[in-house]
Design a protein around this ligand. Structure first.
Ligand code: ZN
Ligand code: ZN
Length: 714
């Protein structure tokens, strides 16, 4: 739409009329004679519809020349026009220069509403106070406008003060005010106050019911949200709408209550809301999160018009169901259908390829992101850092982090986690300190990486400093993950008794990860007494985890207590616990090759074993001695042979055979890599001058020049 100058307009009077012409024509025709308020207001309304700043300034000058600037109604509409055009600053300037006669409760309320809308909550509160100083009383609309601003500050005190004022002015029983009030309490995480306001409301609209349900969801009270929805259904005067259904489905998804979710599905069909895409997407999400993936798929394929959200729900559902391959193929299918992925699609696809550790897939998504210009999105960049990190590519993870302009806590945390997983503990701690200096407030998950890094460096005091800072400085309650890191840190330093005392002082019941950390240390220091005691607890907590049995049996075996070791193995049989078979993966020409222990199924098996023989000889010349304590499950005398049939060694030999000599060898393993394989990898990296990256269940090992990035600590 083009705004013509009067001269051009006259010249073009015969041209077809565009939308802007009648508006301008009116203005122009009246320019010589004064405009009356009605005409000015209709001009303002019209301009607001098209959000054109040029129109706004021209009308503004007309208002000044015709001397209507102090007319409250016109003043209000002009301010609103600037706000609608997205120029709240101009609106504020207009407001500050206006005289008191043009500002009444309506104009103040409009200003507060717009500031709240523009996410300037503190300024909105400031203007609210200024309004009261001028002696103007707020009305129900002012309160409804200022309460969302209170909610946005997330400082519940502001909201509470406002609540007091609402009482003072007698608006507590107004449905709109009460709805805004309970919404504010719910957003500020004061659910009990929200409920109190709700209970005291003389009449409740669907909006108030929805505010309560959404409030419960926000505070992770999913069962309460479902309960509230059911109660709402029983009330005859309220009719659940799409927001109610979508919210309750989210509650079902989080609690895996598919039984109720299915009832909701029926209700949606009954009310004819099944045609609403927004509701359908919530249904797909509910089914996939409840692990009823077939139902989710059925709905997905029956949805006629799928939007980005539908695809995102499906991609995230696959990730949630541990099917990351499917997630990647849905992502590609979405692109083939011609839809443009958004932030969520990219982040989920990156998440999937990170879990699969498929660098090729991840890099191709990176290329697409570069093409579509999402390169400034902090959320996507964080996912990209994690993806490169999990694919074993520390260099590119650092590069993406350094190229990110606007860092937030998520991207800092992602990079700290990558350093930690790659064994660069000091870098992780340094980065954390840098993050604090930048004024970024750390999160719960940030501390998991920081404390793990501390445990890696063995600096117990530093670990305690950060652990104590969680509650004392950052107001974060340490969770089981943090306690597990601390137990690991203390126990790995050989301070087993101290670690045990630390566990006993925990405010919560210690879980298996915490006892597991202590058992690992008992194994390292050969503490049979504590080891067997801790293992007993673990057998109760997780009777099906083979790792605990193996650890205890090894503790006995190393102390020469063969009978005891056998007993544990027998217990494993009685409890029907089977040791997970070790598997290693390696990618070659976009194909994944899987090797199991003693695998002889590959077409190039002979060459693989020949390569291993050669490697063993070369390594022995450099001082390699087989670490036979890692040859569990083997007959006496054949330990060395059994060590050389471990899956990661087979994958390594295959990699050495097929991959070009300059490229690094990337291996994934489903279990923790054993000490012997770790040593062999170090030798191989030196002998063949190769970078070898092994991602085991716990972390990354990057072998170069005979050394590992984990510094033999894993
Ligand atoms: Zn091994
Ligand atoms: Zn290592």
């Amino acid at each position: 739409m083009k705004f013509l100058s009067p001269r051009k307009f006259r010249r073009r009077q015969s041209c077809p009329i565009s939308i802007s012409i009648p508006l301008f024509h009116n203005l122009y025709r009246q320019a010589s004679s004064p405009l009356n308020p009605t005409r000015l207001n209709s001009l303002l309304d019209n301009a607001a519809q098209y959000k054109n700043l040029k129109h706004a300034t021209q009308i503004h000058s007309q208002i000044i020349t015709s001397n209507y600037a102090s007319h409250p109604f016109i003043f209000n509409n002009l301010f609103l026009l600037y706000a609608k055009c997205g120029f709240i600053d101009r609106g504020l300037l207009l407001f500050s220069t206006a005289g008191d006669d043009s500002r009444n409760v309506v104009t103040w309320t409009t200003l507060i509403t717009q500031l709240s809308h523009f996410k300037m909550p503190f300024l909105a509160l400031n203007y609210f106070n200024r309004m009261r100083c001028t002696g103007i009383y707020p009305n129900q609309f002012t309160f409804s406008a200022v309460l969302p601003a209170c909610a946005d500050t997330v400082v519940v005190t502001y909201g509470e003060q406002m609540h007091g004022l609402i009482w003072k002015h007698g608006f507590e029983s107004d449905t709109f005010v009460a709805s805004a009030l309970l919404d504010m309490y719910a957003k500020c995480s004061d659910v009990s106050m929200a409920e109190k306001v709700f209970d005291e409301m003389p009449s409740r609209s669907m909006v108030s019911w929805n505010s309560m349900i959404v409030g419960f969801l926000k505070n992770k009270l999913y069962d309460r949200a479902i309960g509230f929805f059911r109660e709402g259904l029983r009330e005859t005067e309220v009719d659940p709408d799409q927001i109610s259904f979508s919210s309750v489905l989210s509650g079902c998804a989080h609690t895996a209550r598919f039984d109720f979710g299915k009832q909701v599905h029926g209700n949606i069909i009954k009310r004819g809301l099944i045609t609403v895409l927004y509701v359908k997407n919530s249904l797909v999400d509910m089914y996939s999160k409840c692990r009823l993936f077939d139902d989710a798929m059925k709905l997905f394929y029956n949805i006629g018009d799928r939007d980005v959200v539908t695809w995102n729900v499906m991609i995230m559902g696959c990730v949630h169901n541990d099917n990351c391959e499917a997630a990647c193929s849905y992502f590609q299918a979405m692109r083939r259908e011609g839809l443009s992925p958004d932030e969520v699609s990219y982040s989920s696809a990156l998440h999937a390829s990170a879990n699969l550790a498929t660098l090729t897939e991840g890099t191709s998504i990176h290329a697409q992101i570069l093409k579509t210009g999402f390169t400034k999105n902090a959320c996507i960049l964080s996912s990209m850092i994690t993806m490169y990190g999990k694919c074993g590519n520390l260099f590119d993870a650092c590069r993406v982090f350094e190229e990110t302009e606007d860092h937030n806590v998520v991207s800092w945390t992602a990079m700290i986690a990558v350093y930690q997983q790659h064994g660069s503990a000091n870098e992780a701690i340094e980065l954390f300190e840098k993050m604090l200096k930048h004024g970024i407030v750390p999160e719960y998950i940030t501390f998991v990486s920081v404390l793990s890094a501390c445990s890696h460096t063995g600096q117990v005091e530093v670990g305690f400093k950060y652990f104590n800072s969680m509650a004392n400085i950052h107001n974060i309650k340490p969770g089981p993950e943090h306690y597990a890191c601390m137990v690991d840190l203390i126990a790995r330093n050989g301070r087993l008794n101290e670690a045990k005392k630390f566990i006993e002082s925990m405010p919560m019941k210690p879980d298996s990860s915490i006892w597991g950390a202590l058992l690992g240390a008992c194994g390292k220091y050969g503490n049979v007494e504590m080891g067997s005691e801790v293992a007993e607890r673990l057998f109760e907590l997780e009777p099906n985890n083979p790792g605990n049995y193996v650890l205890l049996s090894n503790i006995y075996a190393r102390r020469g207590m063969v009978e005891k070791a056998d007993e544990v193995r027998q217990l494993m049989g009685i409890n029907r616990v089977r040791k997970e078979t070790g598997c290693s993966w390696i990618e070659f020409r976009n194909q994944t090759f899987v090797f199991t222990v003693n695998d002889k199924s590959h077409s190039r098996t002979d060459e693989i074993y020949e390569m291993l023989k050669k490697l063993k000889e070369l390594a022995k010349k450099r001082g390699y001695v087989a670490a036979i304590q890692f040859a569990t499950n083997s007959v006496e005398g054949s330990e060395e042979q059994s060590l050389w049939s471990h899956s990661e060694k087979l994958a390594l030999a295959f990699g050495l055979l097929v991959l070009p000599s300059a490229s690094s060898i990337r291996i994934k393993k489903n279990l923790r890599t054993c000490g012997d394989c770790h040593t062999v990898m170090k030798f191989a990296s030196e002998i063949f001058e190769r970078e070898i990256i092994v991602r085991d269940i716990n972390r990354f090992h990057r072998f170069t020049n005979g050394l590992c990035s984990c510094k033999d600590y894993w």
